[in-house]
Design a binder for this molecule. Structure first.
Ligand code: NAP
Length: 244
């Protein structure tokens, strides 16, 4: 039977690349999306063209009930979840002085509470199966901080604490929990920055370029594979050497 990976926020950017990379590895994919659009149709089609099954389920990860439904539908359809990738994330940047309470809470609710909602609903199936991989997408700013991102960096630092605590709780059941901390990756999340700002950031990175979604997806592929079976509770930076 094929292994099954559930990826949140998987119709574009890093999530889409993770879904396609795992599909190429032979995983059937439970593809979470928030909005119906052409990105969803094309991602689903690309996965099916790789010869894999793809179940697309709508859910806002900040809703516990919608996550419960997403996990239930995945289990009903595929019977198992071998890999959960908590990828869905948003930014609402501003200096704390100007940040609205709702912008702080929205980012925490999607990025951190969303990770809890998905993991809480999935973990009992992995416990019963006595195996599983949970891969949480954090960020280097969750480690180093970044002016204008108190909400985002708090959510991403929270994901790191969550990852390490859960790794300790479930290691005896052979469930491995790790985080990936991307640096500055080319997606619509970073496209909003002006070109000169992007160029300056790229110059400051030891490898002198922004990362690609594929750079991140390759590390997720490794963490999902048997090659990483002695790694849990870790944060792996994918940042071209930004943070060392
Ligand atoms: P992106 O292109 O903006 O994609 C974000 C994805 O998350 C979209 O598919 C979006 O769905 C989905 N999403 C947002 N809110 C959601 C919700 N409430 N429920 C379900 N799905 C939701 O961003 P990205 O760059 O690929 O980022 C992916 C992850 O990597 C995020 O966790 C981000 O924080 C992290 N990361 C990115 C960078 C970077 O430089 N790009 C660096 C460090 C970490 P819709 O299409 O419906 O909006």
């Amino acid at each position: 039977m094929s292994k099954v990976a559930l990826i949140t926020g998987a119709t574009r950017g890093i999530g889409k690349e993770i879904a396609l990379t795992l599909a190429k590895e032979g995983y059937d994919i439970s593809l979470n999306y928030r909005k119906e659009n052409e990105d969803l149709d094309s991602t689903k089609k690309q996965i099916e063209e790789l010869g894999r099954k793809c179940l697309a389920v709508k859910a806002d990860v900040s809703s516990f009930d919608e996550c419960e439904n997403l996990v239930k539908q995945t289990i009903e359809n595929f019977g198992q979840i071998d890999v959960l990738v908590n990828n869905a994330g948003i930014t609402k940047d501003n200096l704390l002085m100007r940040m609205k309470e709702e912008d702080f809470k929205d980012v925490i609710n999607v990025n951190l509470v969303g990770t809890f909602n998905m993991t809480k609903n999935t973990i009992s199936y992995m416990m019963k199966a006595r195996q599983g991989r949970i891969i949480n997408i954090s960020s280097v700013v969750g480690i180093a901080g970044n002016a204008g991102q108190t909400n985002y960096s708090a959510s991403k630092a929270g994901i790191i604490g969550f990852t390490k605590s859960l790794a300790k709780e479930v290691a005896s059941r052979n469930i491995l929990v790790n985080a990936v901390a991307p640096g500055f990756i080319q997606t619509s999340m970073t496209d909003v920055l002006k070109d000169d700002i992007k160029e300056n950031i790229a110059k400051s990175i030891p490898l002198k370029r922004m990362g690609t979604a594929k750079d991140v997806a390759n590390v997720v592929k490794f963490l999902a594979s048997d090659d990483s079976s002695y790694i849990t509770g870790q944060v792996i930076n994918v940042d071209g050497g930004m943070l060392m």
